[in-house]
Ligand binder design. Sequence first.
Ligand code: NAI
Length: 456
Amino acid sequence: MVYDLIVLGGGPAGYLAGERAGQAGLKALVIEKRAYGGVCLNEGCVPSKSLLYSAKVFDYANHGDKYGVSVSGASIDQKKVIERKNKVVNTLVSGIEMTLKSHKVDMVKAVGKITGRSAEGYTVEADGQVYTAKHLIIATGSSAVVPPIPGVKEGVESGMVMTNREVLDLTEIPKNLVVIGGGVIGLEMASYYNSVGANVTVVEMLPKIAGPTDEDISDILLKNYKAKGITFHLGAKVTEVKKDAVVFEKDGKTESVPADKVLLSIGRRAVSADIGLETIGVEVNRGAIVTDRYMKTNVPGVYAAGDVNGKSMLAHTAYREAEVAVNNIIGKKDIMRYDAIPAVIYTNPEVGSCGETERTAKEKGYDIEVVKLPMAYSGRYVAENEGGNGIIKLVVDKKYRRLLGCHVLSNYASEFIIAAVMMIESQWKIDDIKEFVFPHPTVCEIIREALFQVKA
Ligand code: NAI
């Protein structure tokens, strides 16, 4: 059979591409080598949220006294935490398979490899079979970067060094966990293992944590995590991983920190090798497939969506890119925009941000006004966050009186940052947004409060 579309990879980009293609009446096949749902569902976004929720419940039990609730003898059962996480993952993975089936999308569980093209379309081999399609969407995702630091390879082999995959399956809480890389994965896992009782040390090469996150926000996050007992070594370069320690250089000095387990979270790289891209001439730049705003590659009929194009390694970006690709395949013009992609760090409290930071807005030459407001301006925040020090920060374009960026450190930030995304994407004027009625009392009212501080 000749398919309209073959999707290589069944992660967020791949399975959603299959689903949307099926909904549009295309005959589609999704080939996945491991598990549908990809890294996000099986060893990333979703399982980490399951663990972090367990930690939150444990934190509430341990610190309830601030709210007049005393719990004695609270304990954490790591095996149960992992069992529950597995249940959550299995439920959602089978949901994806059912959805694809219901849209009459074919699925093959095997490694797929592009082998060239025939008169009928592109050919892909999987499990000894050759499949043909007029269009391809490559959605093979990304994998953790494993650097050539002495001892890392041996550590990975022995199980002492973990990536995002293994850290989510630890059934025992390590005494000393060292996290290499203070980015999103590093911080979320540092947060979890700190809550459940490990000694956690984060070693980060840059002078700040949380990568591109606005400095005011990442500074408060750092302060909060230090107060919770996480040790940070910033501006520190790891030089060796030993059997029981991590060695790093900082300010010209060599230091060492004891480690039973090490989490390697220094970024991810697109998976574009060994999938046969060269057989049809797909352009790749530093491992990432080059795409335009329609998610097209340089080869007609071949698209790439999700982490593999290296643009924004986030599951929600992948979803939208997949939709853009499918829409263009069915002849519906659709363009991918990256201006207000939300970013969330699911620490406790959470960070939610979108659009320009103060720094990037200045670098791009905008004439801006910055509004910073403590979260204490929200009644519900005060009621629910004893001693909380969250903030909201707005970046406003003075010329057009539009919102350019919004950055929040607060509980529920992940849930309400979408309001700011819509304000930025729709290019609403500040005065128009002021007319919206927010529910009261809610934490998201902070956006309205901050908007009324804008002078521009
Ligand atoms: P990341 O890019 O967020 O952070 C990596 C950090 O490691 C950077 O701060 C970098 O300076 C540091 N680093 C690099 N080499 C180092 C070295 N040799 N020694 C010490 N530090 C070093 O990467 P991460 O945390 O691995 O996450 C990977 C991807 O997964 C990201 O693109 C992220 O967007 C995505 N992700 C998103 C989540 C979310 O949206 N909540 C959750 C988890 C992952």
